[in-house]
Design a binder for this molecule. Structure first.
Ligand SMILES: [Zn+2]
Length: 364
């Protein structure tokens, strides 16, 4: 257990640890990288390293077993703790609920400040809690650590945070996690040191999946590595079964659209897409898959087959690509766009999927 468990971006992680070793770790850090790159995992690891009671020898690390490591680790599963916090607030009387801001806290010196639903923005009341506590010396750890898992701040909250960043106390460290640093006020960014977690090359992800997901075939691992767009977390959380199901349907729809004659197989597929909560998610997955197949068709038509992501369906894609042209692909992408807009207006999903496929001119 320790930083060795963090996969990829070893240069960034090494730099952070060296700063810790030199006692020059910044008081405010922006951790930037795509969804699933490991921003939160790294923030948690650094929070443990900062507060570990029994750190292993060598570059700063954490033991994973001491009281501080264990308590901080209770928040490793942020989604679960967040859901509990939301539920606890829901259980309050209405009058109390309004003034209750959301936090995740499993260690007295480590406070996680998630974006507050339903708007999913960090609110000024949450930043006020940071201001109220940050000037107290840490009780059980060496430093107070604050983690903002998202950089979506309400304007007033961002301005309040700026005040803290102007003069953070010696014994506090703030982490702001973001997919897009440009979303943060320039004045906030300029007061932070930015660490970037870059997407990993597909080959590196494939190698990692070979050890973490040995039950997947090499073809499946290659597919997931490409679809995860370089993000370890997305690759590990990838629902291969759901994707495979959606892709079978997506291919059936595209085949039917391209042939243009008998639409019976198409209707059989679209019939299984209905409205409602589950149905919406299933349809969204289908639409994402349709887009990724259309993009692959574009790559194939433009002679860039090395960029194709659905490598395990290469034969089927090549057959489709030989029958459609750029115009057809563009029309299909536009049609999909209309299906998405229709979904937002709550049109019947199966009907709009049908008309999407039927409206496309058959390929030559
Ligand atoms: Zn420890």
């Amino acid at each position: 257990m320790g930083f060795q468990d963090f996969y990829g971006n070893s240069e960034t992680v090494g730099r952070a640890r060296e700063m810790l070793a030199a006692e020059r770790f910044p008081h405010a850090v922006v951790l930037a990288g795509p969804r699933g790159a490991g921003k939160y995992t790294l923030a948690q690891m650094l929070a443990k390293a900062i507060n570990c009671l029994d750190p292993p020898a060598g570059l700063p690390d954490f033991c994973g077993r001491c009281a501080n490591c264990l308590r901080i680790a209770q928040a490793d599963d942020l989604d679960a703790r967040f859901a509990e916090a939301v539920e606890a607030r829901e259980a309050l009387r209405e009058a109390d609920r309004k003034d209750t801001r959301l936090f995740v806290q499993t260690h007295p010196d480590v406070l996680i400040v998630p974006p507050d639903p339903p708007q999913r923005l960090v609110k000024v009341g949450q930043v006020r809690r940071v201001i109220e506590t940050i000037y107290f010396r840490p009780g059980e750890g060496r430093e107070r650590v604050y983690i903002f898992p998202s950089s979506a701040f309400m304007k007033e909250a961002a301005n309040a945070l700026l005040k803290v960043l102007e003069e953070p106390p010696e014994y506090a460290t703030l982490f702001i996690l973001t997919e897009n640093p440009g979303e943060l006020l320039p004045t906030i960014r300029s007061r932070c040191v930015t660490f970037v977690l870059a997407p990993l090359p597909a080959s590196e992800l494939e190698a990692h999946l070979a050890t973490q997901r040995p039950q997947w075939s090499a073809k499946q691992r290659a597919l997931v590595a490409r679809l995860a767009e370089g993000a370890v977390g997305r690759a590990l959380a990838f629902d291969l079964a759901a994707y495979t199901r959606a892709r079978e349907d997506a291919l059936a729809i595209l085949r039917s659209a391209a042939s243009g004659d008998d639409h019976t197989p198409l209707f059989r597929v679209t019939e299984t897409y209905r409205g409602g909560g589950d149905g919406k998610e299933k349809t969204e997955q289908l639409l994402r898959t349709l887009y990724s197949l259309l993009e692959d068709l574009l790559f194939l038509r433009s002679g860039a087959s090395q960029l194709v992501r659905n490598t395990d369906a290469a034969a089927e894609l090549a057959a489709l690509a030989s029958r459609v042209d750029f115009e057809w692909i563009a029309a299909a992408a536009q049609g999909l766009n209309e299906v998405e807009r229709g979904m937002r207006r709550n049109l019947l999903q199966s009907l709009s999927l049908d008309s999407f496929a039927v409206a496309l001119e058959p390929a030559k």
